[in-house]
Design a binder for this molecule. Structure first.
Ligand code: IVH
Length: 717
């Protein structure tokens, strides 16, 4: 079942626990309806989809398996999902801000990006951040045609039939509304309706729902729209997607238009002109929070003028013109019962606190992160004392904090309750999985000891190898359906040469190896003929893959999605990239310089990539992988018809019409690559007053140079 929530591999433990609790309650309720009352609310297929979601979460978080888990009961059926809907404009998320100071920084960053003095001339809106589900409502010729959940931001689920049951959502728009408009906002369940529903459940002796958000989600994702209709869902409109004609030129104006079309909009939205005023409103909303009939988890600030929003544009996933100022994290006391060490893909040893279960902000928490060895000792990243130097010991009473999606953390210890005779925690100096030494490297640049202790086992460490594979198949990498953590562990552990997967290329030879095998995968518990076929199909469709995913999947240290994308865009094809990385092996010369000149890639990252390619074991795996899969050439630049698409541009000296950041963002949106230094590969150097060595170098190399006005004329800006 695809989810409007996160894919399982992106869930953190808190979210997983929350969802497992919800699924246990929801499935128990359906069991009762089906068996006890013979009045099922959902189809077998939908029931099964819920169950499989539950199983998938449990596979990833075995420690969270509940005593009342649905997986401990029997039952199965094929699955049905909602139809996918590709959003005409992606549904993005918001950056988070956690303090007043960060909120002021956000305001300052807007002025900075636009190259203006912070003189309170820019208006912002401030409105509650509703804790519900985002929804995109598409109207064509003033009729509601599609309602889609956010999904992964690009593709959501078609829940139109269910949305049509929500009375406060207009089915038609008045004359004068644009021919095409997508109104976006939040679906939620009122706290009062949630309480009433739970009172009904209690009266019937049924399990209670966990929180309004999950209940709203469950109510919406029913195959039978009658069920949705029976739950009171509500909506606030606050954004839009595709729109054929803009009816207003400010954020506030747009929301007023939505209101005039009959959409509910939030009454606490205000238009304000200074950071002080935004913060005052934030604190006002925070005080109102307990009395509101809907859950909110912060306040969203947005630049009001839409032309300024357009200039500010987007980072990879979120707009520069908005931020969500979250309410402070909730805290609770509990006892630390154990500290477990997890070994990650890069060998990092991460301490995880096991806790006596405690409810923090409505969610049961049993695990929390302890970050690293120094954090447990009471030392910060620069060796300074944190918690006034108090260390954390097994058996201590601790303060657990949980903020939104963030993994719960232990923020302090209650010293008065420390047991006599307790000992400081001794962090292991060997890997708990493979027994190799675990060391703390010295950072070459800073000369400081790294906060993270790492297993030196590399390829011999089972944990690292397995985590590498899990990363390889993860959602933003190869994203192979049917090959989750549990399956990876199964294949990794297998000793049968026709079944085992030890490195990524083995995934792609599995089907072939199985052909001649006597131990057929389909006869193994947990697999069946259909699922095995599906798995092979999923693997085979990935034999061709976007270059950026391929690079990301390699699991090179420090190379996350953004860096992988930069590399893919800069080198275009895998051949170029691989060759350049091998040429850079001496950390000198053109290839090395070129890698370092990519804007956004610093020396630490560059070094990690080259080091990766110097390791013969990595080269061998990559070579074998390339026999099986073909990385596609990087996507053509976004605006391939622009005169600068595909060109490498360097900005130097001061710019007068826009800030450096804005110039860079604009150039990139036109498909250009922006580099930090001039080389033979540079196409254009845009030089403002005060340009020095880069301009000289450009002249020396015969690279085209122009001033800011010429550049603006070229790009038509
Ligand atoms: S604006 C381009 N305004 O928060 C961003 N989002 O973290 C458009 N949300 O997915 C979103 N209340 O579901 C916006 N007043 C509000 C919101 C809001 C809740 C949710 C929304 C979005 C998520 C982003």
């Amino acid at each position: 079942m695809s989810q409007e929530l996160k894919p399982v591999e992106n869930l953190n433990e808190t979210e997983a626990a929350e969802e497992l609790a919800f699924l246990a309650a929801e499935l128990a309720r359906h069991d009762a309806l089906y068996h006890g009352q013979d009045a099922p609310e959902i189809s077998d297929a939908d029931y099964d989809a819920l169950k499989r979601r539950n199983d998938a979460i449990e596979q990833r978080f075995p420690v969270l398996i509940r005593d009342d888990s649905p997986s401990k009961k029997v039952g199965a059926a094929p699955s049905v999902t909602f139809q996918p809907v590709v959003h005409a404009r992606p549904m993005l998320s918001l950056d988070n801000t956690f303090s007043d100071e960060d909120a002021r920084d956000f305001v300052a960053s807007v002025y900075r990006f636009l190259g203006q003095l912070p003189d309170n001339s820019i208006a912002f809106t401030a409105e509650p951040k509703i804790d519900g589900l985002s929804m995109s409502l598409r109207y064509e010729n003033r009729r509601l045609v599609t309602a889609a959940t956010r999904g992964d931001g690009t593709t959501g689920e078609n829940v139109t039939a269910n949305i049509r049951t929500i009375g406060m959502i207009p089915q038609t728009l008045p004359a004068g509304a644009p021919d095409v408009v997508e109104v976006r906002g939040e679906i939620y369940m009122a706290k009062s309706d949630f309480a009433a529903l739970n009172a009904e459940m209690a009266a019937l002796g049924k399990p209670l729902y966990v929180n309004p958000r999950n209940t709203a989600s469950g109510s919406l994702r029913q195959l039978d729209a009658k069920v949705t209709a029976s739950r009171k869902l509500r909506f606030f409109a606050y954004a839009w997607g595709e729109i054929s004609e803009m009816p207003a030129d400010t954020q506030m104006g747009m929301v007023e238009v939505f209101k005039s079309w009959g959409f509910p909009v939030n009454p606490l939205m205000q238009r304000l002109s200074s950071a002080d005023a935004l913060l005052e409103h934030y604190h006002h909303i925070e005080r109102e929070r307990p009395d509101l009939d809907y859950d909110i988890d912060g306040v969203v600030y947005k630049v009001d003028r839409l032309d300024l929003q357009a200039r500010l544009g987007f980072r990879s996933r979120s707009p520069r013109w908005a931020t969500a100022h979250k309410f402070p994290a909730e805290q609770a006391f509990t006892r630390l019962t154990a500290i477990d060490i997890q070994v990650g893909r890069t060998g990092a040893l991460t301490p995880v606190a096991r806790l006596e279960p405690i409810t923090v902000g409505g969610v049961v928490v049993t695990n929390a992160t302890l970050h690293n060895e120094d954090y447990i000792k009471g030392l910060g990243n620069s060796g300074e004392a944190i918690r006034e130097g108090r260390d954390i010991r097994i058996g201590d009473m601790v303060i657990v904090q949980r903020a939104g999606d963030v993994i719960p953390q232990i923020v302090d210890v209650v010293m008065d309750e420390r047991k006599a005779g307790s000992e400081p925690y001794r962090f292991p100096t060997t890997c708990p999985v493979c027994g190799s030494h675990a060391v703390r490297d010295i950072n070459e640049k800073t000369g400081k000891v790294d906060a993270v202790r790492r297993c030196t086992g590399g390829f011999v460490c089972r944990a690292q190898a397995v985590e590498h594979l899990k990363h390889f198949v993860s959602r933003n990498a190869y994203d192979i359906e049917g090959l989750g953590s549990k399956q990876i562990e199964f294949f990794f552990e297998s000793e049968d040469p026709t079944l085992m997967i030890r490195t990524a290329p083995d995934i792609f030879t599995l089907e072939k190896r199985q052909e001649a095998s006597l131990t057929k995968l389909e006869n193994i518990d947990g697999f069946g003929r259909v699922s095995v076929r599906k798995l092979y199909d999923a693997i085979n469709t990935r034999r061709s893959i976007a270059l950026q995913r391929f690079i990301y999947a390699l699991g090179i240290r420090h190379v996350g999605e953004t860096t992988a994308k930069l590399l893919a865009r800069s080198y275009g094809t895998y051949e170029h990239f691989g060759e350049a990385m091998r040429d850079a092996s001496t950390f000198t010369g053109d290839a090395w310089n070129e890698l370092n000149s990519i804007d956004g890639i610093g020396e630490v990252v560059a070094r990690a990539i080259v080091e990766f390619y110097k390791e013969p074991r990595n080269l061998e795996v990559v070579t074998r992988l390339l026999l099986e899969v073909t990385p596609e050439a990087a996507e053509a630049p976004v605006a391939s018809n622009s005169p600068v698409a595909g060109k490498t541009v360097v900005f130097t000296g001061s710019l007068e019409k826009m800030t450096r950041d804005e110039a860079k963002a604009k150039a990139e949106s036109l498909g250009a690559k922006v580099a930090g230094s001039v080389s033979k590969k540079t196409d254009i150097v845009v030089a403002g007053p005060g340009a020095g060595s880069k301009l000289d170098k450009a002249r020396e190399l015969g690279v085209a140079t122009m001033d800011e006005d010429e550049w603006l004329a070229l790009i038509g800006g």
